[in-house]
Write a protein that binds this ligand. Sequence first.
Ligand SMILES: *Cc1c(COP(=O)(O)O)cnc(C)c1O
Length: 422
Amino acid sequence: MEDGSKQWRFKARKDLTSASDITIKGMLKKLNEAIDSTDPRPTIRLGCGDPSVYPSFRTTPVAEDAIVDAVRSAKFNCYAPTDGILPARRTWNRAIAEYLSSNLPYKLSPDDVNLTSGCKQAIEVILSVLAQPNANILLPRPGFPSYEALAASRHLEFRHFDLLPDEGWEIDLDAVEALADDNTVAMVIINPGNPCGNVFSYQHLQKVAETARRLGILVISDEVYERITFGVKPFVPMGTFGSIAPVITLGAISKRWVVPGWRLGWLVITDPIGVLKETKMVDSINSCLNICSDPVTFIQGSIPKIIEDTKEDFFRNIIDILRRSSGMCYEILNDIDCLTCPHKPEGSMFAMVKLNLSSLEDVVDDIDFCLKLVKEESVVILPGITVGLKNWLRITFAIEPSSLEDALGRIQSFCQRHAKKQ
Ligand SMILES: *Cc1c(COP(=O)(O)O)cnc(C)c1O
């Protein structure tokens, strides 16, 4: 039937392919394909931050029981209630509002909270709302590449400001001011930081708010690692400064409860003086959420129990493991000639490590380093280019501690083998 010359009107979107090329998923797939299947040693994955598969990071039974009970109750087999006024929805939102308010100088109301399918959907929603013709947003470099990919897929222009490795990965705020123009609508911060493992101080966050106010822009604060800190600086939510400039806070149970597969996150209006309500931004966000699909109902139904009943011990234990593992990672990596970790991680699950190519014999760049490492040592780490910094590496220390030691040893012998001969 086909005559071969038929002209179809649809065509593939090339810009989507290039947006997905810059994702962590895309790069990890490439590295996975390079694993040497004849290596008898187990592959150790320091490429992505999902420790849920390791026994030391198993979530609390409180959360598991909450889910089982919710499923067995047969009360949550329905679509999620769509109206914020409905009692069930209010109860779920109130649990998150109270949880986040415990760290803020004001009280959030259940209406400020919107539940999403993971933090990722919260990012999708806010970027969709901001993606108007000619608008641009400012993103951190290094950063979390989903922001670039999602902005690109929505034709939302993004510009990068640097995080400064020699200043504890603080934001180059002069660069933010220089980048912004009349079409700049928002800046994104990630605190505690992925990929740098840094935690912003109270003073620095205040300066971020003052800068945003001067520029008349919104601050989007990705706090998916909230309270995962193990250095001297405490976690301070950006919403603390919501009365200086409006803040939208993104989060999830994914990282702190170590259940990224449960896909429960939130987008919270941390704007105590109501700028976002007044400018109808809240209406836009609600409209966008109405278009999206809701998180799984029984996960939403479990939220009050998960949030209110989890014992401090569970969090403390995980923080202790991360403190020890990040310290070990920092010490061992800095002992390796071709690697420098400029800043000891204080939070999240990652460290950024600089590759000193001049002390290596046959490695051309970070991707080459990671490909050769995975082939020879069965250790997966992420090339820095994926998060915006060429010839750096992003390493997660959130794996079983015994495997981490093994992996660091393998990285050490790889670097020795490839070192330039004196
Ligand atoms: C993991 C992560 C997310 C995504 O969180 P999910 O709840 O799994 O969707 C968003 N931002 C950062 C910085 C992350 O590391």
